[in-house]
Design a protein around this ligand. Structure first.
Ligand code: GLU
Length: 418
C-alpha cells in the first residue's frame, strides 16, 4: 500500500507493527487496524488579494469508524501531504481509545504556509476547503478541530460554512471554536494544561520537586506556550523556548509572564530581553529535568537521542520521536517518556467535552472542565504506568497497546463493516 507513503506514515506503521507483535494480533486483522478506512483529497481554488487564482491541496483522512464519529485536527503547513495526515489520523485513533473517547481518529490538512496569506485569503481558503469536504464531515460523522497553523478563527469559519449549508447553526461540527460560538471554556488551554499535569505526575513518580526542576520547550505555539506557563506556575524554571525562527535561552530561567507580553506584541520569543539565542539542535541537548518537544514530528531521532540530557521527555507534539530514537531511549533507560498519545491528549479530551456541551446546548464552568480533564488524564496515566511496569515495556508501547487493543476489541465485536 503506497498511497500513504511518507516517513511519518512509515513511523506510525512501524509503531503499530511493534504493538501488534506485542498484543499478538493475527496477521489477518492487522491491515484493517493499520490503514485508514477512508481518505479524501481535494483541490481548493482560492482568489488571492491580487486577483490571481491559486490552487491549494487539502486532505481529510478518517482512520477507523468502529467506535463512533471520527475526530482530529486540521493542519495548515507547507509540508502537509496525504501520508502525513494519514499517520496523524492513526495516532488520533490510539489517543482517543486510550482516553476512552467514543471516536475514531481523523486528521486533515492543507499544504499552505498560513503566515504568507492575508486574513481574507485565509478565510476564503478555509471556507472553500470546508465546502469541498462538507459531505465528509458532520457532528455524527467527523468533527475537525485546530492543529498546527489553525486556530479558533479557522474553526469559526468552518462552523459558519457548514451551518450556512445546513440552514441552521451546527456548533457540534467542529471543536476549538470561540467560546461565544459554542466553544468550551478551557479548550484553548487544554493541551498545554494536560501536558503540565502529566509532567507533574511524572515528577512525583521520579521524586523530582517542581520547585527545583528545570524545563526546555521546543515550539511556542498554543501548546508549547501554555505548557511553559503552566509548568512555571508549578514552580518549574523554564530555561529555553523556541519557535520556527529559533530559540532563546536563559540559564537563570525565563520570566514567563514578561515573555507572554513580549510574544503578544512581537509574535515570537526571539529577541526577548535578558535571553541569549540558541539553535534548535543545542536546545534539544540542554541539560534539564523536562524536555518538551511541542512542535512537529521526527525531532528526536537516531542522531540526537543519545545526546539528550533530560530526565523526562514530555511529547506535547504528535510523533516527535522516531522508532530509531525509541530504541536508543529504551537502551538508555534513564529518560521517563510521556508518549504523545497520552501527553497531548488533553486537547482532544476537552474537544470531546465541547462536542458534548454543543449537542446538549448545556455549558459547563471552566472548573468543571479542568476537573473532568484531569480525572481522565489521571486514569490514563496510571493505567499506562502500571502496564509499563507490569509488562516491563516502554511507556510508548504500553500507551499504544491500550489504545490499539480497544479498537481491535471493537472491531472484533462489530464485524467487518466499520
Ligand atoms: N489537533 C489536536 C490533536 O492532535 C486536537 C484534536 C481535536 O481536538 O480533535 O490532538
Amino acid at each position: 500500500m503506497d498511497l500513504y507513503e511518507h516517513p511519518t506514515f512509515a513511523m506510525a506503521a512501524r509503531q503499530f507493527d511493534l504493538v501488534a507483535d506485542h498484543l499478538g494480533i493475527p496477521e489477518q486483522d492487522r491491515d484493517r487496524l493499520k490503514y485508514p478506512k477512508r481518505a479524501l483529497a481535494v483541490s481548493i481554488p482560492v482568489r488571492m488579494d491580487d486577483g490571481a487564482t491559486r490552487v491549494f491541496f487539502g486532505y481529510r483522512v478518517q482512520h477507523h469508524l468502529s467506535l463512533g464519529p471520527t475526530k482530529g485536527g486540521i493542519r495548515y503547513h507547507p509540508d502537509v501531504t496525504l501520508g502525513e495526515v494519514a499517520a496523524l489520523s492513526m495516532w488520533m485513533s490510539w489517543k482517543c481509545a486510550l482516553t476512552g473517547l467514543p471516536y475514531g481518529g481523523a486528521k486533515g490538512g492543507v499544504a499552505v504556509d498560513p503566515r504568507k496569506l492575508s486574513p481574507g485569503e485565509l478565510e476564503r481558503l478555509t471556507r472553500r476547503f470546508t465546502q469541498e469536504i462538507i459531505s465528509f464531515i458532520g457532528p455524527q460523522v467527523d468533527i475537525p478541530a485546530p492543529d498546527v497553523g489553525t486556530n479558533e478563527q479557522t474553526m469559526a469559519w468552518m462552523m459558519d460554512t457548514y451551518s450556512v449549508h445546513a440552514g441552521v447553526s451546527v456548533p457540534g461540527v467542529v471543536t476549538g471554536k470561540p467560546v461565544h460560538l459554542g466553544g468550551s471554556l478551557g479548550r484553548r488551554e487544554a493541551t498545554g494544561r494536560g501536558v503540565a499535569y502529566l509532567v507533574g505526575r511524572a515528577m512525583d513518580t521520579l521524586g523530582i520537586a517542581a520547585q527545583e526542576a528545570t524545563a526546555v520547550v521546543q515550539g511556542f505555539g498554543n501548546v508549547g506556550s501554555v505548557t511553559a506557563y503552566s509548568l512555571a506556575q508549578q514552580g518549574v524554571r523554564i530555561l529555553a523556548v523556541s519557535d520556527v525562527g529559533g530559540g532563546i535561552y536563559n540559564p537563570e530561567g525565563l520570566d514567563t509572564r514578561a515573555l507572554e507580553k513580549w510574544v503578544t506584541s512581537h509574535g515570537t520569543p526571539i529577541g526577548f530581553p535578558g535571553s541569549q539565542p540558541i539553535s534548535n539542535d543545542d536546545l534539544l541537548r540542554l541539560k534539564c529535568d523536562v524536555l518538551v518537544p511541542a512542535a512537529l514530528e521526527r525531532q528526536i531521532t537516531g542522531e540526537n537521542a543519545g545526546l539528550l540530557q533530560c530526565r523526562i521527555l514530555a511529547e506535547a507534539a504528535n510523533g516527535p520521536t522516531t522508532p530509531a530514537a525509541d530504541e536508543i531511549l529504551d537502551r538508555r533507560g534513564d529518560i521517563f517518556v510521556i508518549p504523545d498519545v497520552l501527553c497531548n491528549a488533553g486537547g482532544v479530551v476537552v474537544s470531546y467535552f465541547e462536542w458534548v456541551q454543543d449537542l446538549q446546548s448545556f455549558f459547563w464552568s471552566e472548573q468543571e472542565v479542568v476537573d473532568k480533564l484531569f480525572r481522565i488524564l489521571e486514569g490514563a496515566f496510571v493505567q499506562v504506568l502500571q502496564q509499563s511496569r507490569r509488562g516491563q515495556i516502554s511507556m510508548r508501547l504500553a500507551a499504544l497497546s491500550v489504545g490499539v487493543k480497544r479498537v481491535w476489541d471493537a472491531k472484533k465485536s462489530r464485524g467487518l463493516f466499520p
